[in-house]
Design a protein. Structure first.
Length: 151
């Protein structure tokens, strides 16, 4: 275990708190000096399930888990609520899958409507051109044939 600590310190990790949880060594880094905001952390689904499992088994209280893992009690309760509703799933959820399907459907619709729009523009242009040709008092297509003039 001491070798692991030395290796982590050698690569630049300056530990604030070292805890041993289930045989795995966990390190929380110091906050950056000069930075007022804390870097956003992301927790894996396995870690969330471990914390929720400890809470639901009654092995630890909410406050103890919150202190040990340096996670707010509100976040742990949020994880617990999500776990009870639909479980913790890594990857895209069902709502995200529905959104992807909806986006694909809308993209197909946009393509179809674009093609219809182009076709209708060409039809309007053709109709206007034909109307202009036949609305002239001169029935010939060109003025050259009727330039004889009145004598």
């Amino acid at each position: 275990m001491l070798g692991t600590l030395e290796r982590l310190e050698r690569i630049g990790l300056t530990p604030r708190v070292w805890t041993e949880l289930g045989g795995s060594l966990e390190c929380r880094r110091e906050e950056r000096k000069g930075s007022l905001m804390r870097e956003r952390r992301r927790f894996s689904a396995a870690f969330k399930q471990q914390v929720i499992g400890e809470l639901m088994s009654g092995a630890c209280s909410l406050a103890q888990l919150s202190r040990r893992h340096d996670v707010s009690s509100g976040l742990i309760l949020y994880w617990k609520k999500r776990y009870e509703v639909g479980g913790m799933v890594e990857g895209p959820g069902s709502n995200e899958k529905q959104n992807v399907a909806r986006i694909a459907e809308l993209e197909r619709m946009v393509g179809r409507l674009t093609m219809e729009n182009e076709l209708l523009k060409k039809a309007v242009e053709y109709t206007a051109r034909r109307r202009k040709e036949f609305s002239s008092p001169i029935t010939a297509k060109t003025l050259a044939t009727s330039r004889g003039g009145a004598k």
